[in-house]
Design a protein around this ligand. Structure first.
Ligand code: NAD
Length: 484
């Protein structure tokens, strides 16, 4: 099932590709499995437009200049959607790669958006809250001015280094500049619930990762491919890199709801390992209280060189921090059976070639972390419809269910109390969001595995996912009348 080797001949053996090159090469490989005209393939692959901006902000009496980007990879569907990243490492190449991944991700999970991404070159840890607000608002203003934010054109969301707080500032800046836009709240997603957000968005990417892994374990053929047995996550040893938004919820849900053993947690300042399992909540609280790091965590074995723990034996390795952490320099030493890509681009193209040969199965980013944009889509719909999910039907369904219970009991069957408590409730917003997310992740994985197992030219889940995405984007363009 390894079709990487042939393509790989074009890449010098010692050269690690950039993130964008990796994404594009995966695209090219997927394209060879499809019957799509070359010219259209090239058009779909490349980023449509990128806006680079420099702007000044006065911080503690001194003017500092910041640089940021917003890339639109594809606008075959509008709005274009994608997070904004605040990081010291961000650059145009990275933003373009992430924007491309957003197009493929949305297409894959049937979210009717184009792909976009933004980045601001900054180390958020170096600035006070008040300065961060000034910088974020100014960056948002620059994007609004050039029509790179708006509910029908381009809708940002959180990514590394940003969260509800920044999204709230962006929404409020947009409102100030576009006071007549009745859909102003839909200009950005990932907002706090009290500011137009949706229940379940904060946990969405992590929960989506878990839904994806659960779906994988429902197929014995696939589990066997990863040299594991059984149909359950329970007892599986999991190592996770990055205990931020995505990593924390992924680890917490796997630990508390699925009975996995989180044996390793890696952060920027070191890693902790305990073969018997770590308490995720405890490590997370320690991290909050210790300036965002886990150095000095008193339980388990601490390793200063965090990345070393990527090579520890485990069933599932979940990179949930930054890209390129599994590359050709360490891929050969990976001892995980399954790599679940919660982060974007954590495994380089070269590393994947090595891992494929070793029989390590990878559930790719383009699918696995799509939970964030899925629930962002729900939030956007909520904002456009100006009503919270469940408001019209919760009590109605509750009453109908209670009537049903009464009818069953009147016919002589006693319904157990715990079932009454469960059946007798109508769906709240969080129930509907989780249900929609679960359904999205299940259906998308089924499509990927079907493509993987049915077409021998498709050598990995990643190529299968990419091929499905390209096909869908191509069909959108065809329906618009753009075809050779
Ligand atoms: P975050 O900033 O909340 O968390 C990142 C975590 O990784 C932090 O705890 C940070 O300290 C840690 N980290 C940074 N460098 C590290 C290193 N070298 N080694 C170990 N840990 C390190 O970011 P996030 O939102 O959780 O995003 C993580 C990844 O998930 C990114 O690749 C992002 O693009 C992707 N993603 C995020 C979302 C979302 O909704 N937030 C959605 C889809 C994909």
């Amino acid at each position: 099932m390894d079709s990487n080797n042939e393509m790989d001949m074009t890449v010098p053996p010692d050269k690690e590709m950039s993130f964008l090159e990796s994404v594009n090469l995966t695209f090219d490989m997927a394209l060879t499995t499809l019957d799509i005209p070359e010219g259209m393939g090239q058009y779909i692959k490349n980023v449509n437009n990128v806006y680079q901006v420099r702007f000044p902000v006065k911080i503690n009496g001194v003017v500092e200049t910041f640089i940021g980007w917003r890339a639109v990879h594809s606008d075959h569907r509008l709005p274009a959607k994608g997070g904004i990243r605040f990081s010291q490492m961000v650059n145009q190449d990275e933003v373009e790669a992430l924007a491309a991944l957003m197009s493929y991700k949305c297409a894959l999970v049937d979210i009717p958006f184009g792909g976009s991404k933004g980045g601001l070159l900054i180390d958020p840890k170096q600035y006070e809250r008040e300065s961060m607000e000034k910088i974020t608002r100014r960056f948002a203003f620059e994007l609004i001015q050039k029509d790179y934010i708006g509910s029908g054109i381009n809708v940002p969301a959180p990514d590394m280094g940003t969260g509800q707080r920044e999204m709230s500032w962006i929404a409020s800046t947009y409102m100030a500049h576009r006071p007549n836009d009745i859909n102003h709240l839909a200009c950005v997603t990932g907002k706090p619930v009290s500011a137009g957000g949706i229940q379940g968005r904060v946990e969405a990417t992590g929960r989506g990762v878990v839904f994806g892994i659960r779906e994988f374990f429902r197929y014995p053929e696939d589990v066997k491919l990863a040299k594991m047995e059984g149909n359950s996550i329970e007892g599986k040893e999991v190592i996770i890199q990055g205990l931020g938004n995505v990593g924390y919820y992924t680890a917490k849900i796997l630990d508390e709801e699925d009975g996995a053993k989180i044996t390793g947690i890696l952060e920027w300042d070191g890693a902790v390992y305990d073969k018997n399992g770590l308490n995720v909540e405890e490590v997370f609280q320690y991290k909050i209280e210790n300036g965002g790091g886990i150095k000095g965590y008193p339980k388990g074995k601490f390793t200063e060189n965090s990345a070393e723990l990527l090579e520890e034996e485990c069933d599932i390795l979940i990179p949930a921090a930054i890209e390129g952490v599994i590359n050709q320099s360490n891929a050969g030493r990976i001892r995980a059976k399954l790599i679940a890509e919660a982060a974007n681009g954590p495994v380089t193209f070269k590393a994947e070639t090595i891992l494929n040969e070793m029989g390590v199965v990878i559930i790719p980013d383009v699918y696995l972390n799509a939970g964030g944009v899925t629930v962002s889509y729900f939030e956007w719909i909520k904002n456009l419809s100006h009503i919270r999910f469940g408001r019209m039907n919760k009590r109605y369904e509750e009453n109908q269910n209670n009537l049903l219970i009464k009818a069953i009991e009147q016919s002589g069957t006693k319904v157990p109390q715990e079932l009454i408590a469960q059946i007798g409730q109508g769906p709240a917003e969080i129930d509907l969001v989780r249900s929609g997310l679960d359904d999205t992740m299940r259906i998308a994985f089924q499509g990927i595995r079907e493509r993987f197992w049915s077409n021998e030219k498709v050598g990995s889940y990643r190529i299968a996912a990419m091929a499905i995405s390209i096909e869908k984007i191509y069909n959108s363009y065809r329906l618009m009348g753009i075809y050779p």
